[in-house]
Design a protein around this ligand. Structure first.
Ligand code: DMJ
Length: 644
């Protein structure tokens, strides 16, 4: 618009008439309002909103009414809950990295992982938290409580960690078997060292290293996962190499996208147990530094962490692209408790325990369909997202951590105990089945409909139910021991019904199947530990020699089918007598499978179950005896941990 002075028209100072000025100002203010408003409709408006609305000023609505979540939740998040803007508004941009290298229906990338995750595919669900939302090193090192003394801790163990004689079994046949397992560990380690040192895993066929993308740029997963196994096996030279690598080369300043769950169970768990077993200060330093980096994942409206976190300075977190509607996974956010309680114990900083207690409280209060815990939960609204329930993948280690939290608290954590036994009751009522052939199994539940399948991952439950047998409702001990034995028997059947005597990834009990895989895509075995894990616990609980026999069958099968020139490899089809290898030596093979086998052939006082609980990656964490620790810490002769 051109503004000119018109003849005969009075004009004010700037040469404009009053009405022209008014129109101009009106136009200008309209333009400004429009531009400002438009910013809020752009897809990536969160950052701008942050500039204009401080965290505390977020407009809020009330979500729910009868639980802890009945509090202020920013409108953006409410939109996700009500679908006003749609889930996509929150989870965009959706990065969906589909697995690339397939063998069967899965890939190494996809199946590397865990009971908790099936695919690596984070969806960016949240902007980075502001820097000041992070817990700073200063806060972490603040004098929150007492300084942890390793000497005091050792006095509170009922038995020496490694037993009176390193767990040496008196029976020569068992000793021979134990030596064989030790040799397997040395072979796996030596090959990792020769061909993949510093990488996350060994590729034993191609003789190189694998990094993958689960650990956000962290390296040396096989080293950190092996520390305690090497130590308890007395492979001291190898343990020293591993320790030196942690000291000089474990770089925690990585900047990639990591699975919170995987980093926690392997790195945090591995470093914690290495510290407790050896007292070497370096492990404590590293684990506290790493623990701090995980805290931003909890910056969600509910405090339920997202699955993927950037370990760099941004602390950005995401939900998995494959998880429904930006949800978090039960087995991921429910598998932090043991490690986080120990992070608080070592640092004196209660923040770690607070984070996991918040998760616990929230889950405890929520309404549960038939008393069951579905696998997907929104970290924004705190509501269940889907009604899929499983004691295998996606759900499993949540239940494991309930009973182990109780045991690790020296049986004082009543809330964990109550939640565990109620969950067990619901699982027994709704999921536990008997096949026509008389095999007991735990089915999956999809909104009330049973899927008659059991995953290899679910086979850990034999051991879990076994260790929980003592403390259940009165008169239930034998019942739980029987159930544990029946499930372990079923899992053994899934091994013995295959050509290789190794078990498939999932087996079914429908269409005439009894503990066998019916789909090609379920036939692989990736050196997983769960079945052997249950043998180990059932041996310790019952001393029935069949568990050692079953363990030995597994050793022979591993030697025959999985051992290759340069390490151990998973196989693609357990039913084929001529095997095809997947070229991956998983880090959990060293951390779990071989450790559980070694313990199976050792005396019970090697890592006694009275003193230790194993995290879900088989890293032993000590029972916390608060009263004992306090009593000893007041005595002057108790030293602090020393630098090694
Ligand atoms: C391990 O990383 C852990 O046991 C996890 O809980 C499940 N998946 C693997 C082993 O199968």
């Amino acid at each position: 618009m051109v503004l000119r002075k018109l003849p005969g028209v009075s004009a004010s100072g700037m040469g404009l008439r009053l009405s022209q000025k008014f129109v101009f100002l009106l136009f200008l203010s309209g333009l400004v309002t429009l531009c400002f408003g438009a910013l809020f409709f752009l897809p990536d408006s969160v950052r701008l909103k942050r500039i204009f609305l401080s965290k505390n000023e977020s407009p809020a609505v009330t979500v729910g009414s009868d639980n802890e979540l009945s509090k202020k939740v920013p409108v953006d998040q409410e939109h996700q809950r009500t679908g006003l803007k749609g889930v996509e508004a929150i989870v965009k941009p959706k990065v969906s990295r589909k697995p690339s290298v397939t063998h069967g229906a899965r890939t190494v990338e996809r199946s590397v992982g865990s009971r908790a995750q099936d695919e690596w595919s984070p969806a960016r669900a949240h902007e980075p938290p502001a820097r000041d939302e992070r817990v700073t090193s200063a806060a972490l090192n603040a004098p929150h409580g007492t300084t942890f003394s390793h000497e005091t801790f050792k006095k509170c163990l009922l038995k020496p960690a490694l037993g009176k004689d390193q767990g040496n079994p008196s029976d020569p046949e068992t000793l021979k078997r134990r030596e064989k397992v030790k040799e397997m560990m040395k072979f796996a380690w030596d090959n990792y060292k020769s061909y993949a040192w510093g990488k996350n895993e060994l590729r034993p066929l191609t003789k190189n290293g694998h990094i993958g993308n689960m650990f956000g740029g962290l390296r040396g997963a096989s080293i950190v996962d092996s520390l305690d196994t090497l130590y308890i096996m007395g492979l001291m030279e190898e343990y020293e190499e591993a320790k030196e690598w942690v000291q000089n080369s474990l770089d925690l300043n990585s900047n990639g996208e990591a699975s919170l769950f995987e980093v926690n169970i392997r790195y945090v768990g591995g470093l914690l147990s290495a510290f407790y077993l050896t007292g070497a200060e370096i492990f404590k330093q590293k684990v506290l530094e790493l623990g701090e980096k995980l805290l931003p994942a909890f910056n969600t409206p509910t405090g339920i962490p997202r699955g993927v976190i950037n370990l760099g300075s941004s602390g950005t977190s995401w939900s998995w692209g494959w998880a429904s509607a930006g949800s978090s996974i039960l087995a991921e956010f429910g598998t932090l408790h043991l490690e986080f309680v120990h992070l608080s114990q070592l640092s004196g900083n209660p923040v770690f325990t607070e984070k996991v207690m918040n998760i616990r409280k929230l889950l405890n209060k929520m309404e549960k369909p038939h008393g069951l815990y579905p696998n997907f939960l929104s970290p924004v609204s705190g509501n269940w997202v889907q009604h899929h329930v499983s004691i295998g993948g996606l759900g499993d280690s949540f239940y494991e951590y309930l009973i182990k939290s109780f045991l690790m608290s020296d049986k004082t954590d009543e809330e964990a105990k109550k939640m565990y036994y109620s969950a067990m009751e619901a699982i027994e009522t709704n999921l536990v089945q008997k096949s026509p052939g008389g095999l007991t199994y735990v089915a999956e539940w999809r909104g009330g409909i049973l899927d008659h399948k059991m995953g290899h991952l679910a086979c850990f439950s034999g051991g879990m139910i076994g260790i929980g047998a003592d403390d259940g409702p009165v008169g239930q001990k034998q019942h739980y021991l029987d159930l544990a034995a029946e499930i372990t028997h079923t899992c053994h059947e899934s091994y013995s019904r295959s050509a290789t005597k190794l078990g498939p990834e999932a087996f079914r009990f429908d269409g005439g199947a009894e503990a066998t895989a019916t789909r090609l895509s379920d036939r692989y075995y990736i050196l997983r530990p769960e079945v052997i894990e249950s043998y180990m616990y059932m041996w310790r609980l019952t001393h029935d020699p069949k568990y050692r026999e079953w363990g030995w069958e597994a050793v022979e099968a591993l030697e025959k089918h999985c051992r290759v020139d340069a390490g151990f490899s998973g196989i693609r089809d357990v039913y084929a007598s001529t095997v095809s290898h997947d070229n991956m030596q998983q880090s959990f093979f060293l951390s779990e499978t071989l450790k559980y086998l070694y313990l199976l052939f050792s005396d019970d006082d090697l890592l006694s179950l009275e003193d230790w609980v194993f995290n879900t990656e088989a890293h032993p964490l000590p029972v916390v005896r608060k009263t004992c620790l306090q009593e000893h810490s007041t005595r002057p002769d108790d030293g602090q941990t020393t630098l090694e």
